[in-house]
Design a protein around this ligand. Structure first.
Ligand code: SOE
Length: 379
């Protein structure tokens, strides 16, 4: 196992979570070909002391962090609008790239990033669609791949949170130019999960989006340099509803919102096939529910996927995994990919994430133009 120097860009929740995940890769997975070591971090000045306390070698210059020799792998945990410039710079510097989702703030950016990444053979381009690392979702994917239940007829996905009410102040997640909005933040996961599990992407969508909170209080810098707190227009979607057709003739729906009281990270899916069904919910993240009508005494079977024989079981079975374990597994898969090892379950490449952006663009276009949009329209 060789050490590999990692630069982390950003010190928000995702950047800080890296500080737990990378050091755990070799501890969880003794067969990891690489031990990733965070050697440098780009943070804001106000975050520098906290980052140093975690042992980070702090750099306040993003481009310098990407370009200098202290790393061979760059992990982008920045606001969405910065993914594009950071990833292109990392690719130019011939560094492996792991990027938070959504890949970009537009389909054009995502396409350019994908083409740039694919033009450099041997470089990792990986996007953190983290729920691919839940063992239950890997099992769901296996069920589809082994064709337990035949054709997918109907799909339902949801991803709801509750922190987007009127009392939440303005921040980049509400800034249209920074790539804010619920669809990119939450819906992107559900779109990727549909593909990861079923192998299908919507072929045609019709959607409606809503902005419930028209203004949010935020800091505004005036021409004299003073900073005042005042209402800022909120232009992103607070909620989205989508109905879609699948290429196999099936249909589906997707909902996402940040205005569902009582839901903290409530997401899941229900996939109904010709001869059975599966469903998963993050509230019971370690379980997949399977319905096989051919079993006598039919009923939903709740399968614990955190045990030997299931993906990513790195510890005694049944001790339950959570978000930081999934992130550790994501980093482990990146290490395997860099060394050319087969994945336990496929990583989300830039191309996968570009496909998610195409679906997002189709959904937005459908809402704007009040019509069904075919995915073929979006390049
Ligand atoms: C938003 O609250 C958020 O942190 C998303 O940005 C993440 O992608 C999701 O995994 C959890 O919720």
């Amino acid at each position: 196992m060789r050490d590999m120097k990692v630069a982390v860009l950003g010190f928000g929740a995702m950047g800080r979570a890296r500080n737990v995940a990378y050091p755990n890769v070799a501890k969880y997975y003794g067969d990891s070909p690489i031990n990733p070591v965070i050697t440098q971090g780009f943070v804001l000045e106000r975050e520098a002391d906290a980052a140093r306390k975690l042992g980070w070698d702090v750099n306040l210059d993003m481009m310098d962090t990407i370009q200098n020799d202290k790393s061979e792998y760059v992990d982008i945990c920045l606001p969405n609008a910065l993914h594009y410039s950071a990833a292109l710079a990392a690719i130019e510097a011939k560094k492996h790239v792991f990027c938070e989702k959504p890949l970009a703030i537009s389909v054009d950016e995502a396409r350019e990033m994908t083409e740039a990444a694919e033009a450099v053979p041997g470089l990792l381009n990986s996007v953190n669609f983290i729920y691919r690392r839940c063992p239950a979702n890997v099992f769901a994917r296996q069920i589809v791949q082994e064709n337990w239940f035949g054709k997918l007829l109907e799909a339902r996905s949801y991803y709801n949170q509750s922190w987007g009410g009127p009392n939440t102040g303005f921040g980049w997640r509400f800034d249209v130019k920074a790539g804010g909005g619920t669809l990119g933040d939450l819906g992107s996961h559900a779109i990727d999960m549909l593909y990861f599990v079923t192998g299908m992407r919507p072929s045609e969508v019709v959607a409606t989006q809503v902005t419930h909170v028209k203004e949010r209080m935020g800091n505004v810098t005036k021409s004299d340099g003073s900073v005042v707190r005042e209402p800022i227009p909120n232009e992103v979607d607070d909620g989205t509803r989508v109905v879609y057709n699948l290429p196999n003739g099936g249909i589906g729906s997707l909902e996402c919102t940040r205005n569902a009281w009582g839901t903290e990270n409530t997401q899941g899916y229900e996939f109904y096939f010709e001869n059975g069904a599966i469903r998963w919910s993050y509230d019971e993240v370690n379980y997949l529910e399977v319905y096989d009508p051919s079993v006598r005494g039919r009923g939903w079977r709740r399968v614990l996927c955190n045990q030997g024989g299931f993906a990513y079981c790195h510890f005694a079975g049944g001790h339950m995994d959570g978000y930081r374990d999934f992130l550790t597994s994501a980093c482990y898969e990146n290490m395997r990919a860099i060394e050319g090892m087969d994945p336990i379950a496929p990583i989300a490449t830039f191309r996968d994430a570009y496909e998610v952006e195409r679906t997002i663009e189709a959904i937005r276009r459908s809402h704007r133009e009040r019509r069904w949009v075919k995915l073929d329209e979006i390049k």
